[in-house]
Design a protein around this ligand. Structure first.
Ligand code: SAJ
Length: 422
């Protein structure tokens, strides 16, 4: 099968490479000439385990070629970004999806399948995409087969999850669903869930909204516990021993291109009915401010002005800083004239070592659960002016004996403890 994949980002690139690995002739299209040149040279521009190796494999078999312009194919997959609009409820901006459809239309012929993988607001397939295709004189479900097949992969484990996760196949008609299912059937080993396009759109959005709402509950619990002097982490651990309870983990806020974005697509589509989702977004958005207020309280009791931040990515063991609460916290602390030093071993643009970032610092704040932060070596903390660690992700397992370790479990007590000077 000849395939064209539009958008070579975190989802489009692994998808294109997997189809090529399973024997299809794939043209991967991206607007960035730098990205396509890098890819054709065997180099990936994102961090994802196993991806570069697979890219090099499909370049050798000549099943994959990256280009800035679409090639004609039998199947077109659209995996371009869908950001929030700057309107009242931050609705879904479908302009890149529409541009991608318009770009492939000159190549599309009778019998082709067009699949949108990008996360989209409910009804986008029927209200936005289908009309563009039908304006060309095609009948969807007879001439062209159109489906929404959202991905559900977790960054860091994409190559495994693309193959093994259950996959929702949401066709405009049953014939569309069958055609799209045959496409993914080439490599998907998980269940193929056949659905209508609108169900597929809303299911994808609700999966991330479910998580966002639950994280908001954990974050609210962290704030309540801080107020009441109760260990939030112990409460979560205990509550989760109930067979039907799974409380999530509090943190410095919710980041990434999914949880911090997708709920708004539902909210904007039905603002009057989505009050819980709106409150959850507000709670999660308030967490960077909560962390900043805690940092101010710690620093008010300490000598010096230097604050060290460990981790800038929106979650652990990835290089992605999109919508990262850590970035917001850094910006807020910079604005407050703290001398902020940052260490993140996953972000190439941040040159400081852990030791350099800790040098002379009065507080170390852990904002991301990278594995590297499980053990904070004494060669880091010995450099600090005040050996206090505030771990917002509850990731740190080992610290030196003299370190004052604080997390959401002992936050309210910790600020009252006199700190052992280094
Ligand atoms: N987080 C918490 N507490 C938790 C869990 C997560 O504060 O208990 C934070 C993380 O630190 C991060 C944010 O939430 O800032 C989001 O992280 P995540 O691991 O929940 O999700 P994403 O955005 O990397 O990926 C999600 C996944 N969705 C679900 O688990 C329902 C993934 O499966 C989707 O493919 C992806 O969104 C997507 O593309 O939509």
């Amino acid at each position: 099968m000849k395939m064209t994949v539009i958008g070579l980002g975190y989802i489009g690139l692994p998808t294109a490479i997997l189809f090529a690995k399973y024997g299809h002739q794939v043209t991967g299209v991206d607007i960035s000439p730098w990205v396509t040149t890098q890819l054709n040279a065997g180099l990936i521009h994102i961090e994802e385990p196993g991806l570069e190796q697979d890219l090099q494999g499909v370049l050798l078999t000549e099943n994959f070629f990256a280009s800035t312009v679409p090639a004609s194919a039998d199947v077109y997959i659209i995996a371009v970004p869908t950001p929030n609009k700057a309107d009242q409820y931050q609705s879904c901006d479908t302009r890149y999806v529409e541009a991608a459809v318009n770009n492939i239309l000159p190549h599309v012929k009778r019998g082709d399948t067009i699949i949108v993988e990008s996360t989209i607001a409910p009804r986008t397939m029927t209200d936005v995409v289908q009309p563009v295709i039908e304006q060309q004189g095609f009948t969807v479900g007879e001439d062209i087969f159109l489906a929404h097949c959202p991905e559900r992969v977790l960054p860091g484990n994409i190559m495994h999850e693309l193959v093994h996760n259950p996959r929702i196949i949401g066709g405009i008609t049953d014939a569309c669903t069958e055609k799209a299912a045959a496409v993914y059937g080439t490599f998907v080993k998980g269940e193929m869930i056949k659905a209508q396009a609108g169900e597929a759109e809303l299911s994808k959005l609700m999966e991330n909204t479910y998580r966002d709402v639950n994280i908001a509950l954990a974050n609210e619990l962290a704030k309540i516990s801080e107020r009441l002097g109760i260990d939030a982490l112990r409460v979560i651990e205990m509550a989760n021993k109930h067979p039907r309870v799974t409380l999530h983990q509090p943190g410095p806020g919710v980041g990434g291109h999914c949880l911090a974005v997708d709920p708004y697509f539902v909210i904007a589509a039905a603002p009057e009915e989505s009050l819980l989702m709106q409150t959850a977004r507000a709670i999660n958005n308030s967490m960077p401010d909560f962390v900043v207020q805690q940092v101010r309280a710690f620093m008010a009791e300490r000598e010096g002005n230097r604050v060290t931040l460990f981790g800038m990515t929106y979650k652990g063991n990835i290089d992605d800083v999109r919508e990262s609460p850590a970035m917001e916290i850094k910006a807020r602390l910079d604005d407050m004239a703290f001398d902020v030093r940052v260490f993140d071993p996953h972000v190439a643009e941040l040159p400081l070592t852990g030791e350099e970032a800790c040098d002379g610092s009065s507080l170390l704040v852990v904002l991301t659960d990278h594995d590297e932060f499980r053990n904070i070596p004494t060669k880091y903390t010995n450099k600090m002016r005040d050996m206090t660690i505030f771990d917002t992700k509850n990731i740190v397992q080992h610290v030196g004996a003299k370190v004052n370790y604080v997390n959401y479990g002992n936050l309210s007590q910790a600020k009252k403890i006199a700190v052992v000077p280094s």
